[in-house]
Design a protein around this ligand. Structure first.
Ligand code: FPP
Length: 237
């Protein structure tokens, strides 16, 4: 068997929970529940494969437009996930981090996020990043605003603003760009996810719905990634 060169950073747009539920005649919320089981499975596989960073798009800035009951159910699932996974995170030395603006999340969930981030911050294994109330455009606008304030204060000159400075103001500061981005469920778009960070990322799209995505499907994605030649603008070898 070909030896897998496992990407350091895998980002996933977990899509298709609703369709999974609909096909089975179940409420959408049940699809999200099954989706949260896939999250646990994929985290486990990433630990096993020695992936360094796993970033999951769990709640976008656009997801507030969904029915109140669905938004509440997603918040509950996130809370439950944090409560039940802390033990596993400590056991496997997983570091937990959130990107996005969680200031509008329920206070108990916010408290849990802060607590899990802080309790796992010295762990040295997989960094699990959850994108929560995350949108790439708001992230970029926020960075521009912060830099503008620094300019007005005289802390930085406009000529000194380069990619490295800009990057420091993104939520992903300190996290390397994804090597591989996976989107499940057959949709072929980025949906405001990591626009800046995915400039040179390899994309992998699969028709498999997120609740059905497991170890086999992740290995398939990594195998295809291994067959690709990443050139970063250079000529073909
Ligand atoms: C997209 O499926 C999925 C989401 C908007 C939420 C993702 C949430 C989870 C996987 C579960 C909770 C997360 C964690 C980390 C415990 P969709 O509802 O848009 O599917 P559809 O396009 O088929 O309707």
């Amino acid at each position: 068997m070909q030896k897998l060169e496992v990407p350091d950073h895998i980002a996933i747009i977990m899509d298709g929970n609703g369709r999974w539920a609909k096909r089975k005649g179940l409420p959408r919320i049940k699809g999200h529940f099954e989706g949260s089981k896939s999250v646990r499975r994929i985290v486990e596989v990433c630990v096993e494969l020695n992936v360094k960073y796993l970033t999951l798009y769990a709640f976008s800035t656009e997801n507030w437009k969904r029915r109140k009951s669905e938004v509440h159910a997603l918040m509950r699932l996130l809370n439950r996930f944090l409560a039940s996974e802390l033990k596993n995170m400590m056991k496997n030395s997983i570091r937990f981090r959130v990107i996005g603006d969680v200031s509008l999340f329920p206070p108990d969930l916010r408290k849990n996020i802060i607590s899990v981030e802080s309790r796992t911050k010295s762990n040295s294994g997989l960094t699990l990043v959850l994108a929560l109330n995350y949108g790439s455009r708001p992230e970029i606008v926020r960075a521009a605003r912060e830099i503008a304030v620094e300019c007005l204060k005289g802390d930085i000159q406009p000529q000194a603003i380069d990619e490295a400075v800009f990057q420091k103001h993104l939520y992903t500061d300190g996290i390397p760009d994804p090597d591989l981005l996976i989107r499940t469920s057959g949709e072929v778009r980025l949906s405001n996810f990591l626009l800046w960070q995915c400039s040179y990322t390899e994309f992998y799209f699969t028709g498999v719905l997120w609740p059905d995505f497991g170890k086999k499907e992740l290995i398939e994605a990594i195998t295809e990634y291994c067959d690709r030649e990443r050139r970063y603008g250079k000529e073909r070898a």
